[in-house]
Design a binder for this molecule. Structure first.
Ligand code: AMP
Ligand code: MG
Length: 415
């Protein structure tokens, strides 16, 4: 067997190497309502005033401010209701001085009207309305262009399209958007010990849980999973699975297991021999030390460790940012925040320790670590409530009560 060189690297260096090799996928046109979780590849520019006309922010009465200047509890002002307006009406006749117009939210303000008094602050009949306080000009009026003006560019290439962004594109009249094609990510599960999750594991066997985790992680990353199922632990089978994935239109690959130094760990061999370039890393992090990365005709292959917690952490650290790069996202790396330890946390020195745990808003502000569960890289149960990864530097513990360490959220589609 050929001896493979390992590169002992920091998490940051390994990630930087991977990211620098990943290109941005091609674009396609997508109907705006279908573009959720896609990555925008064009500028979205306002071509009109938004809102397009001055309009009422309230259901109430449009008035001239001067008519209400003398109004007070003891001195109510009563005006005739000149006309009634509802949303969708075009701008009407001007509002004459000494009269009010009944108006609904979103309705164009009649010319001359300066303010809207909410109807709950008035007493009214069909023909007249009484006010008991003055009002300043401009109150409860939304000015044309107050939200966006021609030339404003609220969204640009690299924006991830969530509900707010799609609303912006829609209100600006973009019925279609140029977006990144949704990458198809092949999931490979090499392992002679694995059985499908619906099957009863025989002696020495376990269920293929990683494919299920990865499928969700791929979906959450705005990509389309292509599950290739369990693959026998031999080089031709792995090689054939990769070819099959390429024929199936895979834009990227994620495998778990077979990445470390065991006798039947063939992922690193196949990638070393068939990918170009190929990297077999020993990353100074725990969990997730063995990492394999390569390109197949420019398509990234992430070979993650097999232990379930290590696979999930590795996805967060390497694959999610890698898929963001592939999708053309403007933000690639996770956002870091500080998490405070309300207890002392010990850990072994030597490698960066990625503590998967629950982090919650602290009563006094900021974020606080909830006492973490068992951190064995093969254990899944302690991840049940984990929502974050806290980065404990390689110098070792303890982290003292009250100290903070950098952390980032797990998951986070669209963020
Ligand atoms: P390996 O690197 O292939 O030796 O795998 C390391 C550990 O991860 C072993 O205990 C494997 O049984 C386990 N493992 C590998 N692949 C999977 C998988 N798809 N689902 C669950 N556990 C796995
Ligand atoms: Mg294995």
């Amino acid at each position: 067997m050929r001896e493979l060189g390992h590169e002992l690297v920091s998490l940051e260096d390994a990630r930087e190497t991977m990211l620098s090799l990943i290109g941005v996928i091609d674009t396609e046109t997508c109907a705006t309502p279908e573009a959720f979780a896609r990555v925008l590849r064009q500028a979205v520019e306002a071509r009109d005033l938004i809102p397009p006309f001055d309009n009422s922010a309230m259901d109430g009465y449009a008035v001239h401010a001067a008519d209400l200047a003398p109004a007070g509890e003891e001195n109510p002002v009563t005006l005739p209701v000149a006309f009634r307006l509802r949303a969708g009406d075009a701008a009407t006749e001007p509002l004459g001085a000494g009269s009010a117009a009944r108006i609904m939210t979103g309705t164009p303000l009649p010319p001359g009207a300066e303010a809207v008094v909410p109807h709950e602050l008035t007493t009214f009949t069909d023909i007249e309305v009484t006010f008991s306080a003055p009002i300043e000009a401009g109150r409860n009026v939304r000015l044309a262009g107050g939200d966006m003006k021609p030339g404003d560019v609220p969204l640009g290439p690299g924006a991830v399209l969530g509900p707010s962004q799609l609303g912006i594109a829609a209100t600006l009249g973009y019925a279609e958007l140029e977006v990144s094609r949704r990458p198809r990510v092949a999931i490979l599960s090499p392992g002679d010990e694995l059985v499908d999750i619906g099957d009863e594991p025989g002696p020495g066997k376990i269920r293929n849980s990683n494919a299920c985790s990865l499928r969700a992680a791929v979906l959450e990353s705005g990509c389309e999973p292509l599950d290739l199922g369990i693959i026998p632990d031999n080089k031709p089978a792995i090689s054939a699975a990769i070819r099959k994935a390429i024929e199936g239109g895979a834009d990227a690959f994620v495998s778990t297991g077979g990445a470390s130094a065991g006798d039947f760990d063939f992922i690193k061999e196949v990638i070393s021999e068939e990918a170009d370039p190929a990297h077999v890393f020993k990353v100074a992090m725990k969990p997730g030390k063995p990492q394999v990365f390569g390109l197949f005709d420019g398509r990234p292959f992430f070979g993650l460790p097999g232990n379930p917690a290590a696979a999930i952490v590795s996805f967060e650290v390497f694959v999610r940012p890698g898929l963001r790069k592939l999708r053309g996202c403007s933000r690639i790396l996770p956002e870091i925040f500080e998490a405070r330890f309300p207890f002392e946390q010990n850990y072994k020195p030597g490698r960066v320790f990625l503590l998967r745990t629950r982090v919650e808003a602290a009563p006094g502000g900021g974020y606080e670590v909830v006492r973490p569960g068992e951190q064995d890289s093969s254990f899944l149960a302690s991840l049940a409530r984990a929502n974050a990864i806290v980065v404990l530097p390689s110098g070792g513990g303890p982290v003292r009560e009250g100290e903070t360490r950098p952390a980032f959220w797990m998951g986070g589609a669209g963020r």
